[in-house]
Design a protein around this ligand. Structure first.
Ligand code: ZN
Length: 250
């Protein structure tokens, strides 16, 4: 269900009550997990409505939103280091499932051997793992709150010095702003944690690569599909909009 109001918050109570009513009328179990783009750990009237109907609902902040909040500390998102920075933030937050990753690596190695490259090196294989393949065949999970905090800090330190400048010396990060943002956002790192006991991945099938059978997954974490819809609306309709994202997982 998508609602596009003219003012933030307007009409939302009615929509939330409507969603809750539909679940109860359909006599289905309520969702267990809700991804939001704001108010993840702050008290809000809307969350109170959800919580009074579904007391066990777990609320999490969408990871992409935390990354975007930090990216505001950049001088421009057209900077040539921007994509690398976002990639490193993501790697600071997530780790790949070892078993899935080993299987994919083995498949890529077999592919190389089939194309007559004997003994391909580890770095050659690594370079051939593309983002799409990783997402399709490997599950990810969030690192612990402590590790994420430590790693994001390290990424910011790395990009806040000369290594964060492009070839003509333009810095990726605005020094004061990025540290101020990080100070504000640190408390939300724990709101990113994958909740224990909630299955975020569904295996949709298998695919044979280099003779190795790989699982294919679909992930229910976050609000990526809604985000694409947001971006589309923002580009399609000029003006200022307020969006609230909810992604319910049940
Ligand atoms: Zn939070």
């Amino acid at each position: 269900m998508s609602v596009m109001p003219a003012i933030e918050g307007c009409g939302m109570e009615e929509m939330v009550s409507g969603i809750i009513r539909r679940y109860s009328e359909a006599e289905v179990l309520p969702p267990v997990l809700l991804y939001v783009d704001s108010n993840c750990c702050r008290k809000s009237a809307l969350m109170d409505i959800f919580r009074s109907a579904w007391p066990d609902l777990v609320v999490r902040l969408d990871v992409w939103h935390l990354m975007r909040r930090l990216a505001v500390g950049g001088t421009t998102d057209t900077h040539r280091l921007y994509a690398t920075f976002m990639g490193q933030l993501s790697a600071a937050i997530f780790q790949w499932d070892r078993t899935n990753l080993n299987l994919l690596t083995a498949a890529k190695r077999e592919e190389r051997i089939h194309s007559n490259i004997q003994n391909p090196s580890d770095s050659d294989i690594q370079a051939r793992l593309d983002r799409k393949e990783l997402s399709l065949h490997c599950r990810r999970m969030t690192r612990s709150t402590e590790v994420i905090t430590e790693r994001i800090q390290a990424v910011l330190e790395l990009f806040d010095v000369d290594s964060g400048r492009d070839t003509i010396g333009v810095p990726l990060l605005h020094h004061e702003r990025i540290w101020e943002l990080w100070k504000q956002q640190q408390k939300h790192v724990e709101c990113l944690q994958d909740p224990k006991g909630v299955q975020l991945y569904t295996q949709t099938g298998t695919l044979k690569k280099g003779g190795v059978v790989l699982p294919m997954y679909r992930c229910a974490r976050g609000s990526t599909s809604l985000e694409s819809f947001h971006l589309h609306l923002q580009r399609f309709i000029p003006g200022k909009f307020y969006f609230t994202v909810w992604y319910l997982r049940y």
